[in-house]
Design a binder for this molecule. Structure first.
Ligand SMILES: Cc1cc2nc3c(=O)[nH]c(=O)nc-3n(C[C@H](O)[C@H](O)[C@H](O)COP(=O)(O)OP(=O)(O)OC[C@H]3O[C@@H](n4cnc5c(N)ncnc54)[C@H](O)[C@@H]3O)c2cc1C
Length: 386
């Protein structure tokens, strides 16, 4: 039986970042995942994600973004690979847009007064756009295209090189007072602690979490731009357009020469981690096609590629104000397990910061992550002892 101090189950962006953080500290850690970077499953696949410094979802995320940025920069230096392509982030919506207000508030809380712009001003700055003149908008700096697959490869590379990745699924965990027995189809491992980061598969290993989680199918498309010269890497921002609070579309410059990647941020239908159904349909991408035609004609055009990816969303907390979609970064009660998952539609950018937290939870008995990430925000779990 092979022993390790910490086993990491699931090596998507979260688990890979945790494993990298552990190995960097010289910890005897092993990672488990039947899939490698590039497998079109789960939540971390595909070439890119949006990195934002100022987050309309939660103004307290700025510190997490800054910590993650330092992690991404360290990874880029260490691997010699480009991980982030800096780009401004344009957020816009009809006059009074709550998203624009929240994004500006997040910047202001962190000492940056991002001016309120009109749609007309945005159209002058970025000629691919045709926003209504009276829309509210903000252009935030500190954003970047996160090269997600490159990041995943770079995070996993040291573990792969050191023979610390087991390319197998964990099928069961057996709990003992001072260790956990981790079983795969081909082996048995004894671990001091186990970090669980299996993304949308989390409830397979922790069925008690099922009432708090929802996995949804998210369609993604690449659109052949009508005016390619206006939507290239240096001319066009990352964008998030909220036509209403329930109709949000986001997208990227055409930095790969394969079209403008754009997708709805609204939750798609509930999905099973192993059974997603067909590739993204025209209907699922209709709100995106319509938004591009109406609001970014320079980026509009036929769909040339499609993908499906999964969000794992948490439900709103009942012990603290929380609209849901917060992450879970905590110890599982009365066990040697640490849970790092449910990273919803906005976790990728934070992976190095989340990985650090997961590593510290495994190594430092006195450490807890921020209250908004703890299980104690739900009344189904013990309250924090003060
Ligand atoms: C369409 C889409 C767009 C997104 N856009 C953004 C964005 O712009 N910005 C942003 O910050 N975030 C974004 N996100 C969110 C972000 O991508 C996710 O939060 C993140 O990828 C979650 O990573 P994960 O490691 O938790 O899960 P996953 O990537 O799903 O990794 C889980 C891993 O666990 C493995 N696994 C499962 N079961 C087992 C087992 N029993 N044993 C061993 N291994 C197991 C799986 O094989 C998988 O590799 C987006 C997500 C989607 C779906």
């Amino acid at each position: 039986m092979r022993h390790c101090d910490v086993a990491v189950v699931g090596l998507g962006l979260m688990g890979a970042a945790a494993l990298e953080a552990l190995l960097r500290r010289g910890v005897d850690a092993l990672g488990f995942d039947p899939l490698g970077p590039g497998a079109a499953r789960g939540s971390s696949h595909g070439s890119c994600r949006v990195f934002r410094r100022f987050n309309f979802e939660n103004p307290n995320y700025t510190g997490l973004s800054d910590e993650a940025l330092a992690g991404w920069e360290r990874l880029a230096r260490g691997s010699g690979r480009e991980i982030l392509i800096p780009r401004p982030v344009l957020e816009a919506g009809p006059r009074g847009s709550e998203m624009v207000k929240a994004s500006r508030r997040a910047a202001l809380d962190n000492g940056r007064d991002a001016p309120l712009l009109t749609g007309r001003q945005v159209n002058a700055l970025f000629p691919a756009f045709r926003l209504p003149d009276d829309w509210d908008a903000v252009v935030q700096d500190g954003g970047a295209i996160l090269l997600a697959q490159t990041a995943l490869e770079a995070l996993r590379a040291p573990a792969e090189a050191a023979g610390r990745v087991m390319s197998e699924a964990v099928v069961s965990l057996e709990h003992h007072p001072d260790h956990v027995i981790v079983r795969t189809a081909g082996g048995v491992f004894r671990a001091g602690k186990v970090i669980l980061a299996p993304g949308p598969w989390l409830t397979r290993l922790l069925p008690d979490l099922a009432p708090l989680l929802e996995v949804t199918r998210q369609a993604v498309g690449w659109f052949e731009p009508a005016q390619p010269q206006l939507v290239g890497r240096d001319a066009f921002p990352l964008f998030i357009l909220a036509r209403s609070e329930a109709d949000i579309v986001y997208g990227f410059p055409d930095f790969e020469g394969r079209g403008v990647k754009a997708a709805p941020h609204n939750h798609g239908p509930v999905a099973d981690a192993d059974a997603w159904g067909p590739e993204a349909t025209d209907d699922e991408l209709r709100s995106v096609s319509d938004a591009l035609t109406e609001l970014i004609p320079g980026a509009a055009g036929p769909i040339i590629e499609r993908d499906v990816c999964l969000y794992t969303n948490t439900r709103p907390a009942d012990r603290r104000p929380d609209a849901g979609e917060e992450f879970i970064i905590d110890r599982w009660p009365r066990s040697r397990l640490i849970v790092g998952s449910a990273c919803s539609g906005h976790g990728a950018k934070f992976a190095p910061a989340i990985g650090e937290r997961l590593a510290r939870l495994a190594l430092d008995a006195d450490y807890r992550a921020e209250p908004c990430f703890r299980l104690s925000r739900y009344s189904a779990f013990p309250e924090d002892q003060t």
